[in-house]
Design a protein around this ligand. Structure first.
Ligand SMILES: [Zn+2]
Length: 403
């Protein structure tokens, strides 16, 4: 709610237009600029507060537009309309000029092959807004590139084996390329030779003449294709959607990047995405093993991460003096962990209502456990985390320990 319940100052209605649409926002003397942004972004979800500017018309004949930059501006806008006895405020949402410049920059640099630097044309952009824009621009570009690379990867795989003379960084890259090539072309293969010096693969159908032979270049790690017969004499390829070479290693290579952004990426979604993007039907367990392998490569073996908890607790106390950490084990096994950062404690004391909300939730992890949290509400009525803990089970004893 934007209207202040106990304010004696009148609440005014603002009609806020964006293009041919409008949203009505109530404005009182305490309304903040953030609250207005929030309302606008809720209404037009494709907008973000870094993309737009909000302006209002001064309610007189001049129809002059004033940009809202701070909470003080919002307060003044309210005051002017109260003084002029105007019941309605007219506001417009426009695209921020710095975003338009940022878009120019994107267009200018997108043709470059080596990640061109973003240079700002205008010196007027404030440092914080320019860094926001750099972030927005980078994120957008990354999203576009990612989408493009996924769409094209199957096509790229279809021709990733070019022929005699093609070099590969190492034997793993050669294996991956052959596997991707065969999956994309719906073919199966068998290794005839696979050692430190030579790799020979043939079509899985014995009569077929398709064959690749590669060997190591000198004493280095590189491999190159020495002989290749690219013609299948076995017919039209595999007619089933599952592929015997869609191994957990293959799945892991595909999902690794996505897992870094979405650690909760589910095996069922992996099955769906791989079927849609690569045309390969995976059994659930293969997606699960692929995800596990990728997680292991990204985060190392997670069972080893328990060893680092003590180091982490010490590091928190050293780098955030005044923080509280507690860690207990039982016969060398994890039992419970409590972490409260000094800044959270201070924020609670200085800026929150003296009320603490406690709750716990089960951790969806193969080791189980329960996450306990203590939260408060800040001046904006938003959640303010104070402390959290991880315990083996949700018992009265663990709750008492946490409190
Ligand atoms: Zn064949």
């Amino acid at each position: 709610m934007m209207a202040s319940k106990n304010s004696s100052s009148p609440v005014l209605m603002a009609i806020c237009c964006y293009g041919s649409e409008a949203v009505i926002i109530s404005i009182c003397e305490d309304t903040t600029l953030d609250q207005i942004f929030k309302k606008i972004v809720e209404r037009w979800r494709h907008l973000s507060s870094t993309m737009i500017e909000i302006k209002f018309y001064i309610s007189n004949k001049s129809r002059m537009l004033v940009t809202l930059i701070s909470d003080k501006d919002v307060h003044n806008m309210h005051q002017i309309h109260v003084n002029l006895n105007a019941a309605v405020i007219e506001m417009v949402v426009t695209h921020s000029p710095s975003l338009i410049e940022a878009a120019d920059v994107v267009i200018n640099t997108s043709g470059s092959s080596h990640g061109a630097e973003i240079s700002w044309r205008s010196k007027n952009i404030s440092k914080s807004s320019s860094s926001n824009f750099v972030q927005v621009v980078e994120e957008t570009r990354a999203a576009i590139e990612e989408e493009g690379s996924q769409r094209n990867s199957l096509d790229a795989w279809k021709s990733c084996i070019e022929g005699v003379g093609q070099e590969f960084r190492n034997v793993e890259t050669l294996h991956d390329s052959i596997r991707n090539f065969c999956i994309a072309n719906c073919r199966d293969f068998v290794f005839m030779k696979n050692d430190r010096e030579r790799v020979t693969v043939e079509c899985a159908y014995e009569e077929c003449e398709w064959r690749i032979h590669a060997s190591r270049l000198g004493n280095g790690e590189k491999f190159a294709i020495k002989k290749m017969n690219g013609n299948h004499t076995c017919g039209g390829g595999m007619q089933v959607r599952s592929h015997p070479k869609a191994s957990k290693r293959w799945v892991s290579n595909i999902v690794k990047d996505k897992l870094q952004d979405m650690p909760l990426y589910k095996p069922t979604d992996i099955v769906k995405d791989i079927r849609r993007e690569y045309g390969v039907q995976l059994p659930y367990h293969q997606a699960w093993h692929g995800k596990e392998l990728a997680m292991k490569e990204i985060y190392d073996d997670r069972s080893l991460s328990y060893d680092r908890i003590r180091w982490y607790c010490d590091a928190i106390v050293q780098t955030n003096p005044g923080s509280i950490t507690k860690y207990e084990t039982i016969e060398g096994r994890f039992r419970r962990l409590f972490i409260c950062f000094h800044a959270s404690l201070l924020g609670f004391i200085k800026g929150c209502r003296p009320l603490i909300f406690m709750d716990g939730t089960f951790i969806k992890h193969k080791d189980g456990g329960v996450l306990l949290g203590a939260t408060a509400k800040d001046g904006n009525d938003d959640m303010f985390p104070i402390a959290y803990g991880v315990v083996d089970t949700e018992t009265d004893e663990n709750w008492e320990w946490f409190c």
